[in-house]
Write a protein that binds this ligand. Structure first.
Ligand SMILES: NC(=O)c1ccc[n+]([C@@H]2O[C@H](COP(=O)([O-])OP(=O)(O)OC[C@H]3O[C@@H](n4cnc5c(N)ncnc54)[C@H](OP(=O)(O)O)[C@@H]3O)[C@@H](O)[C@H]2O)c1
Length: 300
């Protein structure tokens, strides 16, 4: 397939683009800068120059492709706390691309986060069957993508947990490490028993390819390797990596010590990928988060 990918130059893109090329697909990647365009051409992809807000260009690129993978996200707005605008921009871009695919039966694989489940799944492990009816960051975009299955789009959603590997330079794990370095200790909130799920970047990339090739229309998929690691255990691994102590902080102290991660670091988000594994024969084979933290490359 000739696949149009937004966010092709980012962390996930740096694994999804090679995964597709190595498996016989060709890639047309959105790039908003010369640096991003060069990355894509170096990897063997073609480039469409443009921004997420260039809705006509997104629609035209989607219409000309055999399938679309949407990875781009305004993380600049997430870090500055303006999630609402980031979510609006995400939904507008999705609408532009999905409308161009109506009636085509072409695949549209979009991206969400397992973290959305933390808001409404309590006291149990979240599954692919869990969803919220509407109203919020990621939720509206997910529901929109799934709804396009009724309009002749083979749409699917990949929910990502913490994605980790040597390709990860700006996700939540590098941010936790940066805060621990600044603070002189690795912090967790309360008793740190709340859990984050995780996946290796290369395992996630394989799931994007499988979803593109064969996910049934309207699927919600979980790219989860580790179902849930306690934040205290993650903090201890970071403490070892930086050779700094580990300690508990209060919820009130979290913004001071964990900045924009304060809310996310409180999430309890155990998540299963059982249905995804069965549906697409997807089985993570790469190291887990604690192994990657122990390997040392995050602390170089
Ligand atoms: N990594 C994780 O642990 C994780 C966890 C849960 C969900 N997710 C989601 O997975 C998706 C991919 O994440 P990632 O880790 O690959 O993010 P990333 O490394 O920050 O990459 C983001 C990509 O989006 C592009 N982008 C950002 N703003 C844009 C704009 N205004 N116009 C056009 N392109 C723009 C970036 O282009 P440039 O290269 O030009 O900057 C880059 O290619 C995102 O939706 C993210 O929220 C990631």
């Amino acid at each position: 397939m000739r696949v149009f990918i937004t966010g092709a130059s980012g962390h996930l893109g740096s694994a999804v683009v090679p995964e597709l090329l190595q498996n016989g697909h060709s890639v047309l990647g959105l790039a908003r800068s010369d640096d991003s365009a060069k990355k894509l051409t170096d990897w063997g992809a073609e480039v469409v120059r443009g921004d997420l807000d260039d809705l006509d260009r997104l629609g035209a690129a989607a219409a000309a492709a055999d399938g679309v993978i949407h990875l781009a996200f305004r993380h600049d707005l997430l870090v500055s706390g303006d999630l609402a605008t980031a979510a609006e921009s995400d939904l507008a871009a999705l609408r532009a691309m999905a409308e161009a695919l109506v009636g085509s039966d072409k695949p549209l694989v979009s991206t969400s986060g397992t973290g959305m489940l933390a808001a409404f799944v309590h006291g149990r492990t979240g599954t692919e069957a869990d969803f919220a009816p509407g109203g919020g960051y990621r939720i509206d975009a997910e529901n929109y993508v799934v709804s396009m299955a009724d309009k002749g789009v083979r749409s699917s959603i990949v929910r990502l947990p913490q994605v980790h590997s040597e390709l990860d330079h700006s996700g939540f794990i590098p941010s936790l490490i940066r805060f621990a370095r600044q603070n002189g200790f690795a912090g967790y909130i309360g008793d740190g028993s709340n859990r984050w799920p995780a996946v290796h970047t290369l395992d996630a990339a394989r799931l994007y390819r499988l979803a593109l090739e064969s996910a049934p229309a309207g699927s919600r998929l979980h790219a989860v390797g580790d179902e849930g690691i306690e934040l205290r255990v993650i903090a201890e691994a970071i403490g070892r990596g930086l050779d700094v102590p580990t300690r508990s902080i209060t919820t009130d102290e979290a913004p001071q010590y964990l900045g924009f991660l304060a809310t996310f670091a409180a999430w309890d988000n155990p998540t299963s990928a059982t249905r995804t594994s069965e549906l697409l024969d997807w089985h993570p084979t790469h190291p887990g988060l604690l192994a990657d933290l122990a390997a040392g490359f995050y602390f170089g």
